[in-house]
Design a protein around this ligand. Sequence first.
Ligand code: C2O
Ligand code: CU
Ligand code: CU
Length: 462
Amino acid sequence: MKRRTLIKSSATALLASSLPKLSLAMASADKSGKPRYDYILTAEPATARLAKDGDSHILGFNGQFPAPTIRAKQGQPLRVKFINKLDEPSTIHWHGIRLDIAMDGVPYLTQAPVPAGGSFIYEFTCPDAGTFWYHPHMNSVEQLGKGLVGALIVEERDLPDYHDVIIGMKDWRLKADGSYLPLSIPREAARAGTLGTLATINGSEKPVIDVPAGERLRLRFLNLDNTRVYNLSLRNDEAKVIAIDGSPVAKPYTLEVHPTGAGMRLDVGLISPNKLGVEIPIYDMKGRFGVEICRLKTVAGGKTKAVKTGIPALPANPIPAPQLAAAETLSFVFEWAGALSPSNKDGQVDHSFWLINRRAWNDHSHQNLPAPLATLKLGQSYIFELHNATPHHHPIHLHGLIFTVLESDKRELTPYHTDTILLEKNERAKIAFVADNPGRWMFHCHVIEHMQTGLMGYITIA
Ligand code: C2O
Ligand code: CU
Ligand code: CU
């Protein structure tokens, strides 16, 4: 047996025993001998028990919820074969990854939709380590709303000594019997978005998550919901923010409350008590009142006997620093468009509630591409002045790049890197980045109903 086959089969055997649900994941090697991370992801209808009194018809990656967690290594190739077993077209977008535009998974803009019964191979290298995620970019209210959301963890080249805990937050629009309520209510879509009725963490209601005692934990929170903002808090001064939306902060700081909008992530470092059976609640804060969303519980089984101390910073990602003095400034105003627009030529009501720079893009299929919101010069630095001129918050996301949040008129901040900025009502903020990744990159609100009723556009970098 050649060495390569040997590695492949032993890795498969190892993964098959530790991850029985994952149909196929293995590390193989490319020609240069670098390990390559290979997965098969199938989007398909499935059933899951989420509500109290009955099963729900979900859409699941590999028929399951939570979806398989994809693990890649910083700087190494990741290959995912996507198989579409839905009865409609789909794609996969890799949220937060600075990848090649051809792999960004936006129908028409970056690739042809993957038809029902079709497949597509996504292959790219992840330059940055951190907590990212994946989801389709078509018929998103339904495809994401019914379960096609999963974690993509890019491990650091030199893995810091943390025990990983994935906390995937997603609400469902379900009745007690497991059947769906309407996923989107136009009245709500024109406001903060339609909220779920059943809150889950990793697919369960208020779960207790076992963690090793006396270990350094890396809590990876992922907001996989279509709508909701989680105001995350542990009400514990020992809990430190170590990364925001995948990007390490320069210096860990105490987590008080971190508003985490749809699509956003937060990595929190915490040393678990060196005693068994200790419970640590995690809250979504409503003002000063904390609603528990899940809790951690210490169990035996730490990697070492030595109790960990201190929360080390994560190594920085190679994000280029924008040249602010030479940067060009562009402004983007997010507005409410008003009530329902008249029916279209087929007699259907066309919902268009939101505008970016006076334009709405609410074409669900993306089939008719509008002009870009802006065309940027490759290699040039830019400052975007963002103004949320609406009475609702919007998590504004840019594909293919990571930007620096410079300032906001609503809060004091130390500049940090991210792929999504949660703008409060009436907030003005400045972000900056180097336009170093050529392509047509989506720029949209991650409240999925907002994105599908106008708050969506793209910028071209050429
Ligand atoms: Cu999570 Cu267009 O992205
Ligand atoms: Cu994205
Ligand atoms: Cu929005």
